[in-house]
Design a protein around this ligand. Structure first.
Ligand SMILES: Nc1ncnc2c1ncn2[C@@H]1O[C@H](COP(=O)(O)OP(=O)(O)O)[C@@H](O)[C@H]1O
Ligand SMILES: [Mg+2]
Length: 229
């Protein structure tokens, strides 16, 4: 495959932090990283975080993947978990096999090290969603999920969970209650105010530690997107 083809392919999946690390959008992802690092303290360490939004196609997966890349580039050991077992996309973005993943860990006796995959990015590993299970919420709410999180914390400095929307299904709420922090993605011209309010209420209900809102600008594909935290 020619270099040009490869780049186009990566761009198509939206990882601007890999294809154009010096772009303003990539810089904004690094700013978010810095803000998260500053929010992490000895008393309240931010090792696990959920990325969600009120509704679909607002940029949860784009944000999770790019944040995972910039954290890895800062030398931290990063795991990106595709915890959206309903509409998984991480395996496509990183062009990985999805026959074994999170759903497998939660429903079989497979060990975490048999399910985690390395990526082309140094320090960045991925746990794909695995095959679609009939009961994602029950799996995420299980005691086994708590064990998996505990175990992963031994191997990684930062674990990012890419989630389904918080308003339509309970998965993100369940996970937000288990992790150290939650990022809420808002997309220009897509997110509506009422559902954003609803999302915040739902997260509050489970005592989620909302770190902030990531504003996903409408023109990101033109490399002029605007992120703010
Ligand atoms: N700011 C943006 N500008 C243009 N396209 C975007 C932007 N953010 C996300 N997208 C695109 O929108 C689609 C949905 O994004 P994704 O991150 O998968 O959303 P979600 O995970 O919230 O459903 C993807 O094709 C992605 O490349
Ligand atoms: Mg997604």
């Amino acid at each position: 495959m020619s270099k040009k083809h490869k780049e186009t392919q990566t761009k198509a999946v939206g990882l601007i932090t890999l294809t154009d690390p010096s772009s303003p959008v990539s810089e904004q992802y690094r700013t978010i990283r810095t803000n998260i690092q500053f929010a992490s303290s000895v008393d309240r360490r931010l090792q696990t975080m959920v990325v969600t939004s009120s509704g679909p196609v607002e940029g949860k997966s784009t944000t999770s993947a790019n944040l995972a890349v910039v954290f890895a580039k800062s030398g931290q050991r990063v795991l990106l978990v595709d915890a959206d077992m309903r509409k998984p996309t991480v395996y496509k973005t990183f062009q990985l096999n999805n026959t074994v993943g999170l759903s497998t860990l939660l429903s079989t006796t497979k060990e975490v090290n048999e399910a985690i995959q390395p990526t082309v990015v140094d320090n960045l590993s991925i746990l794909t969603s695995g095959p679609k299970p009939p009961n994602p919420s029950e799996l995420l709410g299980s005691q086994r999920m708590n064990q998996v999180i505990q175990e992963l914390k031994n191997y990684f400095d930062i674990i990012i969970f890419d989630m389904p929307p918080v308003v339509t299904v309970t998965d993100a709420q369940i996970m937000a209650s288990k992790v150290d922090g939650t990022l809420l993605v808002v997309r220009e011209n897509v997110t509506n105010k009422e559902s954003l309010m609803k999302a915040k209420d739902l997260l509050k209900l489970v005592n989620a530690h909302v770190l902030g809102t990531v504003y996903n600008g409408a023109t990101q594909t033109k490399d002029q997107g605007y992120y703010y935290y």
